[in-house]
Design a binder for this molecule. Structure first.
Ligand SMILES: [Ca+2]
Ligand SMILES: [Ca+2]
Length: 105
């Protein structure tokens, strides 16, 4: 994130912060550079998208602030194996012919 402030000195110095949308504190922003980074693993199956509100504040008196929203869509990672609904299945099969046998469980 980069914000520009036309003022000089402290009136133009900017501090960045995430002010909304990071409910589980998974993101961090460098207050000086505005570099936004992930601090803890993201799981698309838990939260698939974020709207982060980033605020830029100057050091003037009074301080002036501007906010911007950052929309993040989390892409899927193949981190879940296929699961059966039961760990064991029991079925009785009566074999009458040698034809192809299909078992429905
Ligand atoms: Ca300013
Ligand atoms: Ca996944």
């Amino acid at each position: 994130m980069v914000a520009h402030d036309l003022d000089s000195g402290e009136n133009g110095r900017i501090r960045y912060s995430v002010t909304n949308g990071d409910r589980q504190s998974q993101f961090g922003i460098d207050p000086v550079t505005g570099y936004l980074a992930v601090q803890s693993p993201l799981d698309r199956e838990m939260i698939s998208s974020y709207v982060l509100e980033i605020q830029a504040t100057d050091y003037g008196v009074p301080q002036l602030t501007t906010s911007v929203n950052v929309n993040l869509d989390i892409s899927d990672e193949n981190d879940n194996p296929p699961l059966f609904s039961q760990t064991n299945y029991t079925s009785f099969v009566q074999v009458q012919t040698l034809s192809i046998l299909t078992v429905f469980v």
